[in-house]
Write a protein that binds this ligand. Sequence first.
Ligand code: SF4
Length: 260
Amino acid sequence: MVTDYKRRDTLMGETQYAIHMDDQTAALKGALLHDIRRSIFVYRVDCGGCNGCEIEIFAAITPIFDAERFGIKVVSSPRHADILLYTGSMTRSMRVPALRAYHAAPDPKVCVAYGACGSSGGIFHDLYCVWGGADQVIPIDAYIPGCPPTPPATIFGFAMALGILSQKLKATHHVEGEDERVQPRHPELPLDLRVDVERESRRMAGYWHGQQIADSFLNLLKAPASDIERNIQNFLAQKDDSRLTEIFGRLSEIYLMRKA
Ligand code: SF4
């Protein structure tokens, strides 16, 4: 989904930026406005985490990922909320405030457990003051996994919550079609190899570029075994990028280790 900002200069010499939404984004927003007739409001309840999840939520709603373009807004009172987002593990002292927020939000509402802590207690699961995930106290509709979840995962989770809210509004149940399933990347390669390559590539090059580099590398592995080495060398010669060569070197080590 792409929203881009087109620059235009006015007669007065000022610069203005017009926002253009792609068709998919416009359709999503249209459906949202049609069903709910306003923006969707999210209220965040921190039950006892490390604040890593909060940082990712704010990354998701601020300009780079910009969940507000879909009409998803974070509000400061549960009385306005459509979605309650429970972050952090459920601590003893937060169980009553968490319940109060649940009862304060008007129906129909969707409750989301956010992050490993919100889903299961995470790294704090065995502390004396921790009861586990948010679902120990609140009826949870959706889980957003991760420690912390990335902004794209957060927006994906919001989109799922919107679907659930729409079902609650219309009292319908959605049955997932075959064509709605997310297809795994590079299914012809072994899962362990895919996971290790992607993880290492993201560690070395960051979330977005790491994914692109891992995809390029895994695509080259689909050639017949005798051509792989030569294809990798040709690819690197074309790109002429010492950083990419270093990352590919590390990914090749992983590939050889997994092959052995
Ligand atoms: S899931 Fe991870 S980032 Fe989020 S609160 Fe727990 S420990 Fe922190």
